[in-house]
Design a protein around this ligand. Structure first.
Ligand code: AMP
Length: 143
């Protein structure tokens, strides 16, 4: 359970990705943020933007990191919608288990949307790595 007042857990999966202890399919990186493919995508092109700052929820994030996440989300979302030819997209982020957060490091979801196409279930089905890499290549081409 992730609660709003939880201390940051250095062993969470995104902290491991930031330390280089876990692989990820990186789309974009700068000094304050990292964007990578979601391995259980709810739509083709679903990716995540995280701050390098250790923060569990939006309330823990510094204004500087929040601004950096938004700047990266804007860059990456523009590339994603072109790469998967999406007429729309959602940005979402969940704060605490009560809101459905499963990884206790702040992250913004970028979810391409197409008319009449429902999202897959949240964090349910791992996608084939070759498929994720193929989509990532298409996204990177627009970054
Ligand atoms: P949330 O439930 O909002 O905390 O979202 C966590 C997201 O991280 C889910 O969409 C998961 O599919 C995704 N996820 C979990 N582990 C990994 C991982 N190792 N690499 C990339 N995405 C992950």
């Amino acid at each position: 359970m992730i609660k709003l007042d939880d201390a940051y857990d250095e062993q969470n999966i995104f902290a491991k990705i930031l330390r280089g202890d876990m692989p990820n399919i990186t789309l974009y990186e700068d000094d304050k943020t990292l964007a990578f493919m979601d391995i259980m995508p709810q739509a083709v092109g679903h990716c995540l933007v995280i701050p390098k700052e250790p923060a569990v929820t939006f309330l823990d994030l510094s204004e500087d990191s929040a601004a950096a996440v938004m700047a990266t989300a804007k860059k990456v979302a523009a590339a994603v919608v072109k790469a998967v030819d999406a007429p729309g997209f959602m940005m979402a982020q969940l704060n605490s288990s009560a809101a459905g957060q499963t990884v206790p490091h702040y992250h913004m979801h970028i979810l391409p949307r197409h008319d009449g196409l429902d999202l897959e279930f949240h964090a349910r089905k791992p996608e084939d790595m070759a498929v994720l890499n193929e989509t990532a290549d298409k996204i990177r081409a627009y970054l």
